[in-house]
Design a protein around this ligand. Sequence first.
Ligand code: PXP
Length: 236
Amino acid sequence: MLLGVNIDHVATLRNARGGVEPDVIFAAEVCENNGATSITTHLREDRRHIKDEDVRTLIKTIKTKLNLEMAMADDIQKIALEIKPHSICLVPEKRQEVTTEGGLDVAGQFETVKNFIKPLLDAGIIVSLFIDPTEEQVKASAQTGAQFIEMHTGAYANAYGGEKEEEEFQKLKKGAELAQSLGLQVNAGHGLNYENVHRMHEIKGLYELNIGHSIISRAVFNGLPEAVCKMKDLIK
Ligand code: PXP
């Protein structure tokens, strides 16, 4: 199973001060140097973390694959067609949400999704649809021409360790099996962390996990001792 690292929250931290630190381009390099097989960024409509110039630089500097998360917005589609990332992951987007809530309703807006992804597919960009792994959404996704789905693991992550964990996990397992039987490749992500990720091994043939928040959060604490010691050293 491959690991795509979502570096959006490095940009969140940078934007809190409006400067250049921490550098998202360097963050991508560090992730790649430590085994990330792709770098994911979500260019949101409100540009709250990753910005246009970030993706334009990342596409030139990345050594692995750039996976661009995006909503069905014409201006973002234009940027994707211009920079040509390895893949895009189509996600639903609401302005007020803190993070992506729920999967894309492919079944309910089938023609719109199909038409939106066509120019991206024609340009040779791999398309993944971020969905809740229900039978309806998986079957609809398989008809769009997209090569991948990414299963939303948020409900599983929220249920982890509780009485609904098994139920949510089985939805992922069945969704993956159905998708694979229909010729789709399957990724998964959202809310995965160091406690709950182990069950992803129970899902056969998962291609890549996209993980962001828990990795960046852990990095803060792993890096904090060195950061404090270095500053103490400089001011002593
Ligand atoms: N996959 C998709 C489609 C997402 O929107 C996100 C969050 O941006 C992730 C994966 C990563 O989620 P997390 O930051 O919770 O690991």
